[in-house]
Design a protein around this ligand. Structure first.
Ligand code: FAD
Length: 493
């Protein structure tokens, strides 16, 4: 019998495996696909083209330096020189440098989120405290109310009069989250919080070598500490009496004192034969990956594309455009002018390109389209996908001086280097329920019941089964936090 069986070799499963194996526990990781990493991987999407793209997740903010140091994770996270660039319809644009907020009210808003980040981030790897305790630690009721109690749209409207500025900041609340800024559900607030607290600053950095470098290093650490990792093994069910468990897969089974589930809570429920969570998780993004012959020329002549694409390039993401797209998607339509944001990994880290591509001036481009919920792609998946791609490319082209299609690298097959993933495809490929990139709607980073205070936020009704993936309470994103917290829950047990 193993001390722990971990279902899934996503980066969180690997972090949990590393912590437990280092403490001398016998650990087996079972992964259904033929590689480790889950949604944090590098792949060459086009045959014969030496571009190793971070195919899904791309930037890192939430991975605590303390976890990296404890595990001896040697990966460089490189700061981008530009935070963002946003073209406006009149042909001008707003370039925001990483070191300098563009104006006074932006600086004030940032000071507020940085205060919360400094207080909240260190708590993510500690046992949960109550809502009141965290509020007291933040120590400023106005800030707490603005970010945690009231719909985010209210504070954004107070600080940002300009539609585009408001939209730029608002996108942090809508990444992978289908919500309006004024929703009473406050899903947008929770998404925002996780996007601005990473490592106490909210900076989003580029993992040098790509996401695969990060996960490869974690797998090496787990393996080096003695964990076994088996690929191509899909777990089909779990039986547990709370003390020991049997984990079944095609053609076999294995026993363990503890089960740690890196797969989403909805997957865990089905493995335990329990009802699916209600409501069903739903993702809301279209992901495009491209390889370009060259960066496209911009309509705004005052900015160099090498600067504009070095940070997050916001396309039609003014607050009113976001609201319009949300309304259209809610009524079952692919947004007409799809709001999206574009990043160029290779400008900050060219090491993901082979020498030939580098010499030829090729660049990668990844595009994250908002307000593309799974429901749009369920009835006629290929028709809706074609429509979503067309709408996103048209949106991008509306701010360029030449069509992006003209800039695409052509693979040896003769196909342009462009791939797209809808939420429905992400579900099939990665097992993300409804294509939700965080496994489920993000949760507040504090205990919501008295019973949860002092726990690790990874517990289930079964005493020996823990969630060690993005669906844990302090989950979502490339953070390793749920993996760390689930390992701590086992070590405490
Ligand atoms: C398109 C996209 C873009 C994103 N961009 C970013 C970003 O830039 N920055 C960021 O921080 N986050 C981003 N995210 C979110 C982030 O990637 C995820 O939240 C994070 O990778 C989740 O990690 P995890 O280890 O918890 O789970 P996963 O990466 O989902 O891994 C779960 C693993 O479990 C395996 N598994 C599932 N079921 C079984 C089973 N029955 N048996 C065996 N194995 C099983 C899966 O194959 C998978 O390997 C993005 C996600 C997507 C999809």
């Amino acid at each position: 019998m193993y001390d722990a069986v971990i279902i899934g070799a996503g980066h969180n499963g690997l972090v949990a495996a590393a912590y437990l194996a280092r403490e001398g526990r016998s650990v087996l990781v079972l992964e259904r696909s033929d590689h480790v990493g889950g949604a944090a991987v590098s792949e060459r999407p086009w045959a014969g083209v030496d571009a190793r793209l971070s195919r899904y997740s791309y930037l890192v903010s939430l991975f605590p330096r303390a976890i990296a140091a404890e595990l001896g994770l040697a990966i460089e996270l490189r700061r981008r020189s530009v935070s963002s660039y946003t073209p406006r319809p009149d042909g001008t644009g707003l370039l925001v440098r990483t070191t300098r907020p563009p104006n006074r009210h932006w600086a004030d808003f940032q000071a507020m989120t940085e205060h919360v980040a400094r207080v909240v981030f260190p708590t993510l790897t500690e046992p949960l405290v109550s809502r009141d305790a965290l509020r007291a630690r933040v120590g400023d009721d106005a800030i707490w109310d603005a970010l945690v109690e009231r719909p985010l749209g209210e504070v954004l409207a107070r600080y940002f009069e300009d539609d585009f500025e408001r939209g730029i900041v608002a996108t942090d609340a809508l990444i992978g989250t289908f919500a309006g800024l004024d929703d009473e559900s406050l899903r947008q607030n929770r998404c925002f919080l996780y996007h601005v607290i990473g490592n106490g600053t909210g900076d989003w950095d580029v993992p040098v070598g790509g996401m695969g470098a990060l996960t490869g290093a974690l797998a090496g650490i787990a393996y080096g500490a003695g964990a076994e990792i088996k690929l191509g093994v899909e777990v089909t069910s779990i039986e547990t009496d709370g003390v020991a468990a049997e984990i079944l897969y095609e053609g076999g089974s294995v026993q363990a004192r503890y089960v740690l589930c890196n797969a989403a809570p909805a997957v865990l429920a089905s493995l335990l034969g329990e009802p699916a969570p209600d409501p069903r998780p739903e993702g809301a993004q279209l992901k495009l990956n491209m390889l370009l012959k060259r960066l496209p020329r911009l309509r705004d002549p005052s900015v160099d594309p090498f600067e504009a694409f070095a940070g997050t390039f916001h396309v039609n993401e003014a607050a009113t455009q976001l609201a319009l797209a949300y309304g259209q998607a809610q009524s079952g339509l692919v947004p007409e002018l799809a709001p999206c944001e574009v990043y160029c990994h290779s400008l900050t880290d060219p090491s993901i390109l082979g020498p030939e591509l580098r010499e030829a001036g090729a660049q990668t481009l990844t595009c994250f389209g908002l307000h593309m919920p799974a429901r749009l792609f369920e009835r006629e998946p290929s028709v809706a996908k074609a429509q979503a791609i067309a709408s996103t490319l048209a949106s991008l082209n509306s701010v360029l001086a030449e069509p992006i299609e003209d800039c695409l690298w052509i693979a040896p097959s003769g196909e342009p280097c462009l791939e797209a993933r809808t939420p429905v495809e992400l579900e099939a490929e990665l097992g993300l329920p409804g294509g939700n990139i965080f496994h489920r709607d993000l949760l507040w980073p504090f205990a919501e019941t008295e019973a949860e205070v002092g726990t690790w936020g990874v517990e289930t009704p079964h005493a020996n089964v823990f969630v060690c993936g993005a669906g844990a309470r302090r989950g979502g994103g490339v953070s390793g936090i749920p993996g760390h917290n689930a390992a701590m829950a086992v070590l405490d047990g």
